[in-house]
Write a new protein. Sequence first.
Length: 295
Amino acid sequence: MNEFQETISLRRGAGFWSKEAMPCHRQGAICDRSCPLRLKVCPQHDTYMENGNKKGQGAMRHASFLVMSCLIFAGCAASAPFGMKKTSAPAFTPEEVIVPPLTMEEVIVPSSAYSTETGRALAIKYETNLQNIFLNIRIKYYPELKFAPISVLNNMASGGIGFFRPSDDKRFLGVQVYLDAPYNKSRTDFNERAATSFSRYARGLLEIIMKEREPLNDGNVSGAFVSLSWIARDFSHSYRGGEWECINIEASRDDVKRFLSDEISNQEFVNRCEIGARMGWNELGKIELDLKETL
C-alpha cells in the first residue's frame, strides 16, 4: 500500500473531508486552509463530495470529452477533480476512491498513430527514450501532475508523451500533463494561474525531457514541448463549475539548454518561447507571460 492509499484508508470512518482527519501530507498543513495556490482541494486527494453526493473516478472520466475539445489545439486530453463540500462520512471502501494512474501504453503515442513517416520513424527509433520520460515524470510528480491519455480526434492522435507538431514545419519532443488540483478562479486571473503553473513545473519537466539527448539531437526534432493544463473554478458560488485552461510551451534545444544552465533568466526564456494558451472554449493564441504574477 502506497502513501496515497494509506492516507485514504486512515481517513475512512474519521469523517470524510473532515479537517481533523485530512492533513495535507505534501505541505504538512490542513488542506482547505493552507494548500498552495489558494485551493479548496488538496492536490493529493482524488475523490470529493459535491452537494452531498460522492464523486469519484467515473465523474472524472466523464469530464474528458470537454477536455479533449477545449485543449485539442495542443492535442491533449485529461480529467481532474473539481472540488469538495464537507459532509458526514459515507459508507465506502478505500478501493472506491483510489484512482489508478494511466499505464505507459495509455500515455505514449504509438508509432501507428502518427500521420507521417517522420513521426512513425521517430516513435520507433526513440521508444526507450519516451519510456524513460514517462517513468521519470511519474516518479517525480505523481499524483500532483497526471498525464493526458492517448486520444484520437479528427483522425489526429495525441497523448501524454510523443513527438508533437504544434506547427506544420516543426516537431517537438514533448509531454502533456494536467494539474491534479484546481485553481480558485475568483481569486486569481489567467496570467497568475499560467505563471504559477510554469514556475512550479516547467523547469522540472524540461529537465526530464532534456536528459534524453538522442532524440533531441535528431535533425527532425526542433526542441522541447510542454503542455500544462488545469481547471479554474469559482469557489464563491454554490455551483462550482469549472473550465479547462492550458498553456503550450515550444522551445528550441539551445534556449532550453541555456535556461537550464541559468545562462538566461526564467522571464527571458519565456520571452524566447512560443507560448499558446486557451481558456475553456476560447483559444487565446500566442501570449506573453509575466512571471512576476505568480501566486
